[in-house]
Design a binder for this molecule. Structure first.
Ligand SMILES: Nc1ncnc2c1ncn2[C@@H]1O[C@H](COP(=O)(O)OP(=O)(O)O)[C@@H](O)[C@H]1O
Ligand SMILES: O=P(O)(O)OC[C@H]1O[C@](O)(COP(=O)(O)O)[C@@H](O)[C@@H]1O
Length: 310
């Protein structure tokens, strides 16, 4: 079974307007309330790809209730631990630029944290544990290290998609897969990454330290996959960008769905990039047919440190 875990879910209040002016009254007319948070997005796309999974994490209040109902209506299995706090609402303003306001995560008590750890302990060899999204500063990193240890001891595939100091610490647990974007990869090394050449060399350092797969996503430029044996670059398909929120999560879903169905890492990566772009080209997350229609446009190139130029 594939389990996703979103410690900090959200409702993504997504609204479109031609020109967003800060410091002014802006009126919008196209509004969507999507369940969000990285693990939840991974679950939604996995389900759309026909891959069974369960969404774990924490949710509470009327927003938490909305998210659970929405997911269940879509056929996504959920097993959230309830919080007293209301789950956050993240604001996504789609205008000539994309502006995002992401709220903080919930304060969680020891009981709630042990409940999640129990769920991870109950997982079995061959399962996947996808820990995705921001991790509140109030929870010590040692707690997540413990979850990663449980995964290692039980041969559960640990996938990590987070950012900031948590990512820096948790890469030491040598996840099966991480998917930083260029900026997040840079944060890991306290530098600014620009271009595939530099991304490749830093992703390679992570692989040398023992990680299984590193995918560096680079928005409209595509992505890189680096493993112990190979490194490939994918160009993203071209299209009309509508909403890139969830593109990274869709890439992760496409990779996992394909790999879990027996495809190798390169094919899984290609499928993931198609899913990421298919999401960027629509308001909500991609559907299977959108991703598959783009697959032939995802061009892969093997790369090495010498021949990547941009
Ligand atoms: N403007 C775009 N055009 C085409 N594909 C895109 C675009 N933005 C994102 N994507 C696709 O989604 C993937 C993930 O996007 P990215 O923005 O790097 O992730 P994140 O949302 O995690 O920052 C990219 O690798 C690419 O396949
Ligand atoms: O947990 P964080 O880092 O605040 O991110 C949460 C946000 O990320 C998203 O999951 C989108 O992530 P990506 O665009 O990176 O795929 C939104 O749904 C959500 O609002």
């Amino acid at each position: 079974m594939i389990y996703t875990c979103t410690i900090t879910p959200s409702i993504d209040y997504t609204t479109y307007l031609p020109k967003f002016k800060t410091g002014k009254l802006n009126r919008t007319n196209d509004v969507h309330y999507y369940p969000g948070g990285k693990g939840i997005n991974v679950s939604r796309v996995l389900s759309r790809l026909g891959t069974p999974n369960q969404a774990l994490g924490f949710a509470g209040g009327f927003t938490g209730h909305y998210i659970e109902e929405f997911l269940q209506t879509e056929g996504v299995a959920t097993d959230f631990i309830q919080t007293e706090e209301i789950t956050r609402i993240n604001v996504k303003i789609k205008s000539d630029e994309e502006t995002e306001l992401n709220g903080p995560g919930p304060a969680l008590n020891e009981g709630q944290l042990s409940e999640l750890a129990e769920k991870v302990r109950a997982m079995e060899k061959g399962d996947w544990f996808v820990l995705a999204g921001s991790l509140p500063d109030s929870i010590p990193i040692s707690y997540f290290m413990e979850l990663a240890d449980i995964c290692r001891n039980r041969e559960i595939r640990f996938v990590l998609d987070t950012s900031g100091p948590a990512l820096k610490e948790l890469v030491k647990a040598k996840p099966f897969l991480i998917k930083p974007n260029e900026h997040e990869l840079g944060e890991l090394f306290d530098i600014e990454i620009s271009g595939k050449q530099q991304a490749l060399s830093y992703a390679s350092k992570l692989i040398e330290s023992g990680l299984g797969h590193v995918i560096v996503s680079m928005g409209g430029e595509g992505a890189l996959l680096v493993t112990k044996d190979e490194a490939v670059s994918a160009k993203a398909p071209k299209g009309q960008v509508v909403n890139t929120v969830g593109s990274g999560d869709s890439l992760v879903s496409g990779f996992i769905a394909s790999y879990a169905n027996g495809f190798d890492a390169i094919k899984a990566f290609r499928y993931g990039v198609a899913c990421g772009s298919a999401t960027a080209f629509r308001s909500d997350l991609c559907e299977k047919q959108d991703a598959e229609a783009l697959l032939s446009q995802v061009v892969l190139h093997p790369i090495n440190k010498e021949d990547v130029t941009s």
